[in-house]
Design a protein around this ligand. Sequence first.
Ligand SMILES: [Zn+2]
Length: 99
Amino acid sequence: MTIETRTTVEPRDIQTVEFECKKCNKVSSWPIGKITQPPTSCECGVPHSTHWMSPGGDTFTSITHLLDAIKRLAAAEAGEHFRIRFGVNGIEREMRKSS
Ligand SMILES: [Zn+2]
């Protein structure tokens, strides 16, 4: 038998946002309340810093809007008559019969 745990996340559950460089694997993490725009390059430093995105480009703009939406939804939730949740991959476990 397989049991899948259903997991959902509400905007107010989101505390940090992380960016991981695919080149050097450095992870940069920011509190959601302190970040308004995504970093445009890795913090690994000159001359090895990796360019991630251009300011004003589609990816930059989309992430900026997403960060704003998460903060607005987290703050607005208390006054709304609904909750919004996002499902994330659950944990699947094989359950073995004990005898
Ligand atoms: Zn890097």
